[in-house]
Design a protein around this ligand. Structure first.
Ligand SMILES: [Mg+2]
Length: 266
């Protein structure tokens, strides 16, 4: 078994959860300290934007700060002494792919705006730079129906896709998601897939939990069923504990597996 060189952790619903005050759990803090002491790196891989993530991390108060922030399911930032800086070529290539795609998506955006207009205010379109970037729904049931409609409408534009997380949905290029962003970071940092641990709880985490970009996968007990299924299929670890305590449990599992002389799963 390879040691874990990089942790790729989702934030909301994975490190912090509903009853939490947003602060780091003692079990995860201890696991993080051990990982850091062994020279391991940590990336938070989130749907949040950078500023929103920085706010969350401040409240979370982990014993060591993340080395990388992977934000909006697409942007790679590296922590420096002076703050956070865009890292590598990936961000620019994503921007280019999105602007090319969005130029072709006018008709599709029109249909989605129409759907929102007829939704009795249960679907609100979100805009960035005057283009639709996604939408938020009044509840998860509305999201379920809306996501199905968008998927059907997008069949005519095969490169168009979206990331979904509870009541939020963000449009994206088919090949731009948490998984490919993690893969890009690992190429830049020369970290092999087998030494990457990824953990998440919701639909937008599936792409980093299917085994393509991380050799060790996990989810906390509160993860949705689709995530648990994906983690099981990639021979990953479904924790018994929720949120950050479940992440600590998964790290303990992979740590103890590495300590087995023959690498047998126990
Ligand atoms: Mg989440």
């Amino acid at each position: 078994m390879s040691p874990i060189r990089l942790l790729s952790t989702d934030f909301d619903g994975t490190l912090i959860g509903h009853p939490s005050d947003g602060r780091c759990s003692p079990a995860f803090a201890a696991a993080l300290r051990r990982h850091h002491a062994g020279g391991g790196l940590w990336a938070v891989n989130t749907g949040r934007g950078l500023d929103h993530l920085i706010e969350g991390i401040e409240i979370f108060s982990p014993p060591v700060l993340p080395d990388f922030a992977l934000v909006l399911e697409r942007g790679i930032y590296r922590r420096t002494d002076g703050g956070w800086e865009a890292h590598g070529e990936w961000n620019a290539s994503c921007r280019q792919r999105h602007s090319d795609l969005y130029r072709e998506a006018g008709e599709l955006f029109g249909e989605i705006e129409q759907m929102a207009a007829e939704s009795d205010n249960t679907i609100t379109i979100l805009y960035e730079d005057e283009l639709p970037s996604g939408f938020v729904t009044s509840d998860e049931e509305v999201m379920e129906r809306a996501a199905r409609r968008v998927a059907r409408a997008a069949e005519k534009l095969p490169e168009f896709s979206f990331q979904r997380n509870f009541i939020y949905l963000r449009f994206c290029h088919r090949d731009v998601h948490k998984g490919s962003t993690l893969g890009a970071l690992c190429r830049q940092e020369n970290i092999p897939r087998d030494e990457v641990f990824a953990v998440g709880d919701h639909y937008n985490d599936l792409s980093m939990l299917d085994g393509t970009h991380a050799g060790m996968t996990a989810c906390p007990a509160n993860a949705i069923e689709a995530v648990k299924e994906t983690v099981r299929k990639s021979n990953g670890y479904v924790a018994e504990k929720p949120w950050a305590d479940g992440v600590a449990e998964a790290l303990e599992f992979y740590g103890s597996r590495q300590r087995q002389p023959d690498g047998i799963r126990v």
